[in-house]
Design a protein around this ligand. Structure first.
Ligand code: AQP
Length: 345
């Protein structure tokens, strides 16, 4: 693949005129089944309906700098790109790129930050949660929503497929876009979140009251199922997942841990809720766990095989990311030029 930087313009990146999608994941650890179900699987399912840009949000990964090691961040960033493709994103039609390769994100983030009242940022629940856990709280963690708004708005994305935990961030992006449009003139469409009905919030296997999280998984074995886990590791995590002393397998009445396992089974198997409730009634949670294990391993096997093939060829990822960056820059530069004109900077 050759990088055709000079031949890309904002108008020739996508072959057809469709609504635009932007989404991304922070390279803060190995992606888990929650990232797959809540975000990537939706991207894959809907990729032909939209023109897609999928970024690796490595600038966002710096918001907790104590957790960052340069080599690990570099490695994880490439791993996330490889996993996008391994999970089924078509690299020939989607633009896959590193956030840091497009300087317009940070540039626009400053301008949008200036349009964002402090009170809006103070209300963000993710900031509250993450700042409670962090050693020290950076201003980057606080202004993270302005950068995320820039990620989305710089491509004038119409839809943002994300897990439910990100819904407040999509809402604030709409508010920021509206405020910019009001202050400086119409520029940004108001993006909408795209969420799945079941599985939009996968919970930790060891603590079903908190969402499954990459960074937590780094330090707590059995918290998450990583997309690159061996079957033996997955087995351990699922078999030791928190349930309860009962035997309730109806979705509406199950305890949080059991509901989480049922939802994972539902999403991965594609079976209906009544069929699942019938299948597991009176069989005990051990049976549910074994069946879920089978579904997870079957889902992850082809992804892991493709991941190994992709990562064996260093050049493939270099080219993929260089091309993605050139395409993303072409679109981003056009928006930045428009923003400069409207704001007078
Ligand atoms: N548990 C989850 N269930 C469903 N969807 C999830 N996502 C994350 N966790 C779950 C979705 O995956 C994408 C990844 O977003 P991110 O990396 O930018 O940040 P995050 O939401 O904070 O993800 P993690 O895995 O929990 O990472 P850390 O620990 O680094 O914060 C988003 O679409 C998110 O909704």
């Amino acid at each position: 693949m050759t990088v055709l930087e000079n031949t890309y313009t904002a108008d020739n990146i996508f072959k057809t005129d469709k609504k635009r999608v932007l989404s991304g994941i922070q390279p803060t650890g190995i992606l888990h089944i929650g990232n797959y179900i809540g975000a990537i699987s939706v991207w894959v399912q809907k990729q032909h309906e939209f023109n897609n840009l999928f970024m690796i949000a490595n600038l966002h990964a710096l918001t907790i700098p104590e957790a960052v090691k340069a080599d690990v961040l570099r490695h994880n960033s490439r791993m996330v790109a490889a996993l996008y493709v391994a999970c089924g994103i078509d690299p020939d039609s989607a633009v896959i790129f590193l956030q840091s390769d497009v300087p317009g994100h940070a540039y626009l983030s400053w301008i949008l930050g200036c349009c964002t009242p402090m009170g809006w940022l103070e209300r963000m629940t993710q900031f509250k949660t993450k700042s409670e856990q962090a050693e020290s709280v950076s201003s980057g963690l606080f202004t993270y929503p302005a950068l995320q708004a820039a990620d989305i708005l710089i491509y004038k994305a119409n839809f943002v497929p994300v897990g439910e935990d990100q819904s407040q961030h999509v809402e604030i992006t709409r508010d920021i876009a509206q405020r910019f449009n009001h202050l400086f003139g119409e520029c940004f469409p108001l993006p909408q979140g795209l969420y799945r009905e079941a599985g939009a919030r996968v919970m930790g296997l060891d603590d079903p009251t908190a969402k499954m999280s990459k960074s937590v998984a780094e330090t707590r074995k059995g918290h998450a199922i990583s997309l690159l886990d061996e079957p033996s590791v997955i087995k351990k995590a699922i078999m030791s997942a928190v349930t309860d002393p009962g035997s309730e397998v109806r979705f509406e009445h199950a305890s949080p841990g059991v509901k989480n396992l049922l939802v994972l089974y539902e999403v991965l198997s594609g079976e209906s809720r009544p069929a699942i409730e019938e299948k597991f009634a009176g069989k005990g949670y051990g049976f549910l766990k074994r069946e879920l294990l089978d579904q997870v391993v079957r889902t992850l096997e082809p992804i892991q095989k493709r991941y190994r093939e992709i990562t064996e060829d260093e050049r493939y990822l270099d080219d993929l990311l260089a091309n993605g960056a050139a395409k993303a820059r072409a679109i981003a530069d056009q928006t930045v030029a428009e923003v400069r004109r409207l704001t007078g900077v």
